[in-house]
Design a protein around this ligand. Structure first.
Ligand code: TXA
Ligand code: MG
Length: 331
């Protein structure tokens, strides 16, 4: 049976979605970053369905979503004063904190780790759902494991429409890339995944530079594997602005950072007209999906500066470009 798609701004739809969550079902819902596929975080059987729906390996932990920062003690130990400072400054918003977990969080959510990733999403529908369900919601991005995250309800329906009981349609996601993941469970704290909150903002709040954990140094976060966010079409990152489409690669698509006159491309997606990296991030995944749907031989992507949201954009592009995608057969 395929999901019922309901308008995210309808109180009735929220009530219905909340009762699905309470009954052990799955709800895809909008957040300010990307759409999530949610289950009651305290219901291991419901969480197991999320892993199954995504074909997600059980070693890849889920993020727990809360209605309010004041719910944090339900799922995590708040031992570090920095936790409170960050939560007050950036929640609700695109920041996930990795903290020591409480016993209330089932092992399946954290893949057996003694830490939990937690965030308070800023989208009104996500907030309303969390309030109405009256339980933390474990939710990964609502895409098959390894593929590009969804930024519209249609993206979710295309790929996981059979798996979700309800899809709340809240239109396109404002931020467009996943949350920034900061681990406070290690000393010094480190960014496990660059995302919708700029590293510079976190550093300003904490008053200290933050290291970006390398993929190899993240055995505790397998979802940060180098190969992720991949299109089916091979993707390569250019060294600078596109010149002309290469010969011999079949039909080639271009993911351009700005307006371009480069000739010979079968399709061109322009991420920003004026170099605004936040705007580019918000369009990135939908643009990749459109190019990926065209049956091209190759996608070439222009690079962007790695400041602000440019860090998350380049991270996603590098993962998409990583060779020999082990999940390509599955998606
Ligand atoms: O913006 C987002 O974060 C979206 C929306 C739906 O909230 N969610 C999202 O979830 O991107 P997902 O599952 O696609 O990515 C979560 C990442 C995973 O790669 C996982 O490895 C990491 O968070 N993670 C979760 N819990 C962790 C933990 N305890 N320690 C380290 N990494 C963790
Ligand atoms: Mg994901």
């Amino acid at each position: 049976m395929s999901a019922r798609v309901l308008p995210a701004d309808s109180p009735q739809a929220i009530a219905e979605a909340a009762s699905v969550i309470r009954g052990g079902g799955l709800v895809a819902f909008p957040t300010e970053t990307v759409y999530g596929l949610g289950a009651n975080a305290f219901d291991p059987r419901a969480v197991a369905r999320v892993f199954q729906a995504k074909a997600r390996p059980s070693f890849d932990p889920l993020i727990v979503h809360l209605a309010e920062a004041s719910d944090l003690p339900r799922v995590a130990a708040v031992l570090d004063p920095r936790t409170e400072r960050l939560a007050r400054r950036f929640w609700p918003g695109p920041l996930t904190l990795v903290l020591a977990k409480t016993d209330a969080v089932p092992e399946i959510v954290t893949s057996g780790l003694d830490t939990v990733g937690v965030r308070v999403p800023a989208h009104p529908a996500a907030h309303a759902l969390l309030v109405a369900a009256a339980t933390p919601i474990a939710a990964p991005s609502a895409n098959p494991f390894g593929y590009v995250s969804p930024t519209t309800a249609a993206h979710v329906v295309e790929q996981l429409g059979e798996a979700a009981d309800v899809v709340l349609d809240g239109g396109p996601c404002r931020v467009g890339v996943e949350s920034t993941i900061l681990s406070l469970a290690q000393d010094p704290p480190a960014i496990l995944r660059p995302g919708g909150l700029a590293r510079e903002e976190l550093e300003a709040c904490l008053g200290t530079p933050l290291a970006l954990a390398s993929a190899a140094a993240r055995p505790s976060a397998p979802g940060q594997l180098l190969v992720h966010y991949a299109t089916r079409t091979p993707l390569r990152i250019l060294g600078g602005p596109a010149q002309e489409a290469p010969a011999g690669a079949g039909r080639v698509g271009l993911l351009a950072l700005g307006p371009t006159a480069a000739p010979g491309f079968a399709a061109v997606e322009v991420l920003t007209e004026d170099g605004d990296l936040a705007a580019a991030a918000s369009r990135l995944f939908a643009a990749l999906r459109r190019l990926d749907a065209l049956g091209l031989g190759l996608i070439l992507a222009e690079p962007c500066p790695e400041r602000g949201l440019g860090l998350a954009i380049m991270d996603r592009l590098r993962r998409a470009a990583a060779r020999s995608h082990p999940y390509r057969q599955m998606i």
